[in-house]
Design a protein around this ligand. Structure first.
Ligand SMILES: Cc1cc2nc3c(=O)[nH]c(=O)nc-3n(C[C@H](O)[C@H](O)[C@H](O)COP(=O)(O)O)c2cc1C
Length: 285
């Protein structure tokens, strides 16, 4: 029996994201056990960029990250659902993804899982970068992103009222363990990303893998021609592992250059006042 983990990136109980994950599970043809994990229930601290997870083998923040990673590692497949908040996916998704350097330590167990994702936005067309946020989540986890969709529904429960959304649930369910879904064009040929930025020189950059290329007219609409860059960062598992090695090299470089860098930093150490959080002000009072 397959173990499917539903990752809910909405704080709303029985909101559209939770309902959609359950609906996809109901429409999954193969026997499976669904387990749910609401990201906002967990104590997840911000990554503080100390890089100790790379040099000492584990994150030092001491929060619930290992529980979440273990649940993902134990699952055979993932269904992710996130609401749009102010033109992007709910912030808990980014807080989790920012801890991505810790994923390397469990790469063999975490990476390569089939996954589908839904973003739910309240107003048609007002999802902003939600789809990109879902794609980034899967790429950072090196999951096998089989389909991501944005659906529209505002009030909790409304998501299953629309026939289009119920149809999307069926397609997402079929894609999770079935044949890879027909991919919409244009998309980045390297990473599958669907969001581009227009650059000053007429070229475009894929906002998921950061590689550049051109948008060319094809027989059935525009297609993207994107070439691999010199420093691949995340496009596939090999690139991700090479990036990890590069980061370790940067750590060595930092240790070698610690003294001159310290001198630069000390030139900026001054008495400029800082606005402090309320707790800190009370402590200092
Ligand atoms: C703080 C906040 C910001 C929101 N921002 C957007 C937005 O930028 N665009 C949009 O279409 N919907 C926006 N919404 C609506 C939600 O995306 C929508 O209600 C969604 O169904 C919530 O999913 P949930 O019930 O699973 O939490 C926002 C909702 C909240 C609470």
């Amino acid at each position: 029996m397959k173990q499917v983990l539903g990752l809910i990136a909405s704080p709303r109980q029985l909101g559209n994201c939770e309902i959609m994950v359950k609906e996809i599970s109901r429409q999954l043809a193969i026997p499976h056990r669904l387990q749910l994990l609401r990201l906002t229930d967990f104590r997840l601290r911000y990554c503080n960029g100390c890089y100790r997870c790379l040099s000492r083998g584990g994150c030092v923040l001491g929060d619930d990250l290992p529980v979440i990673l273990e649940a993902i590692a134990a699952a055979d497949a993932l269904i992710l659902a996130a609401p749009t908040y102010f033109l992007g996916a709910h912030a808990c998704l980014k807080v989790f993804v920012d801890r991505g350097l810790s994923f390397y330590a469990m790469a063999e167990r975490l990476w390569g899982k089939p996954a589908v994702g839904i973003g739910v936005a309240g107003i048609e067309g007002k999802e902003g970068c939600t789809l990109l946020d879902l794609e980034r989540f899967f790429l950072t986890l090196q999951a096998d992103n089989r389909m991501t969709r944005v659906l529209y529904a505002a009030l909790p429960g409304e998501v299953v009222l629309s026939e289009a959304n119920r149809q999307a649930a069926a397609e997402l369910a079929a894609a999770l363990f079935g044949e890879p879904a027909l991919r919409r064009q244009p998309r980045c040929p390297l990473c599958g990303g669907t969001t581009i930025r227009f650059l000053d020189d007429g070229r475009v950059r894929c906002m998921l893998c950061s590689n550049t290329g051109t948008l060319v007219a094809g027989p059935v609409g525009p297609t993207l021609e994107i070439a691999r860059g010199r420093h691949e960062f995340i496009t596939d598992q090999n690139a991700a592992l090479q990036h990890q090695e590069w980061l370790k090299g940067m750590l060595t470089r930092y240790r070698e250059r610690r003294e001159p860098l310290k001198e630069i930093k000390s030139g900026y150490q001054d008495e400029t006042p800082w606005v402090k959080p309320s707790g800190a002000q009370e402590e200092g009072a």
